[in-house]
Design a protein around this ligand. Sequence first.
Ligand code: SAM
Length: 384
Amino acid sequence: MAEYDLDVFGQLINDPVRMGAYDRALREVVKPGSTVLDIGTGTGILALLACRYGARRVHAVEVDPIIQTARAIAAANGMGDRIEFHPIDSTQLDLDERVDVVVSDIYGVLPLHRRRIPVLADARERLLKPGGAMIPLREQLWLAVVSAPELHRVVTEPWARNVFGFDMGAARDLAANQWRRVELEPAQLASAPVTIGGFDHGLASSPHFTATVQVPVLRDAELNGLGMWFDSELAPGVAFSNAPGNPPLIYGNGFFPWPEPVAAEKGDTVRIRVRATLSGEQYVWAWDSAVLAGGVDSRPRASFRQATLLGMALASDELRKLAADHVAALNPEGEMARMVLEGLAQGATLGAIAHALREAFSDRFRREADALAHVTRLSARYGQ
Ligand SMILES: C[S@@+](CC[C@H](N)C(=O)[O-])C[C@H]1O[C@@H](n2cnc3c(N)ncnc32)[C@H](O)[C@@H]1O
């Protein structure tokens, strides 16, 4: 399924800080005759820039159907013969030659986004020449304690009270265990930002992340949660920062709310433990926080243990289905997908597959056209 709509690709290109940094990094790193791998080419903008700076060949890989538009854009700019488009996941890509440069922007709000870290490690290990360049090179994660009652209200208020007098508290518990993209102002930080670690794409690194920090509170304030963002070094000397107060970038900042506000005083300490565990395609986040009155050894004013798993509206049997030892049977949707994929693999026409599908699942497809629409959707995604 497409992760981005066209407007997001447009916003990416319209972000002057991001584009300026990627442009500078490619200009510095790409040499005449270089070969480049562009992971997640989107509209092809980074591949075009690599060509402009002299790349002999760019392998542009993209799972989203936007790749068709990228092809048209490359042709319109006279670069179609130098950019080879691969409509697959980069981890499925095999190349005859290793490349000089791997470029990507597959960030989310944070560098821990979907399978980004293993995808970059795979490209570095299989597809990059020894000593070749990774853009981005590395990133640093930052955290601060946030005092932003207005952000907190957005999370909790819909569930706190309503004119009909219903208790909506169960939804409030879910909402407090989900983190969000926000744009933090420097005035919303109640502590100095602290760096909690990072990733270096030149080195092997685990996709999982853990950090424990103690952060002093700088002023009397109502504390509402944690803010997190990243700095990126795209190439030596070429960087951008998502720190509050800098010109905002498309990535924004993460707000990890607390379930309830805490009245804290200057000199309090907040003890924080953050964990991000890649589970399949998604990160599971957990954040434990304790606000300690005064020094680190004092009694907590409040402490919370939160996790995105607690923010998922899943019944316990659904949670069990996520366990590694669970054995899943195909549901009817899965049976239909299997029939279509087997048909494609055997070289049957879409019409013939649709006919067989309708015969087998007549309660699902009243008309042959509905079955054909289903088949063409799967064929567009998994066929070639
Ligand atoms: C943020 S967009 C960047 C688009 C473009 N490179 C730019 O800078 O404007 C990320 C794109 O990467 C694609 N993508 C992410 N991981 C990928 C992978 N492993 N293989 C192929 N495409 C991937 C997504 O489908 C998405 O279109």
